[in-house]
Unconditional design. Sequence first.
Length: 136
Amino acid sequence: MEMSLHRFSRHGLALAVLALPATAFAQGFGLNEMNSCGIGRGYAVTGAPCQDASTIFSNPAFAAGLSGNSLVLGVTSIAVKGAFTRDSLLGRWQTDIPTAYVPNVYFNHKQNDNLAWGFGVYVPYGLTSEWPGNFP
C-alpha cells in the first residue's frame, strides 16, 4: 500500500509541475488586435454587440444570430518601442523592431434560420523582438 501511495505521489507531483505553466496565462508576444469592434470595447462583451462576422473570434456560436452575409477586413498597425537600462552606468539598449501590420479577415454567411457558416483568419502571434548584438 505504501509503495503505490508513493508512486501516486510522484505521479501527482510530476503532473502538477507540468500543469504549472498553464496557470501563468502567459502569451509572450500574443496579440489581441483581432477586430476593430473588439479593440473599441477593450474586448469586453464582444460576442453579440459587434453584430458582424468578427464575432467568429470571440463567440463563434453567434454566427447563427447574424443575418445575410457579413465580411470584415482589417489591418492593425503596431509600433513597438522598448529600452533596457542597467542599474549600473554600463549602458542603455533600445530595440530595433519594425512596425508590424496585423491583418484580419472574417466572413459569415447565414444559409437559413437553422444554418450559418463562416471563417476567420487572424494573426495571434505577429510580433518579433530584436536586441542589438552587444545586449547583456
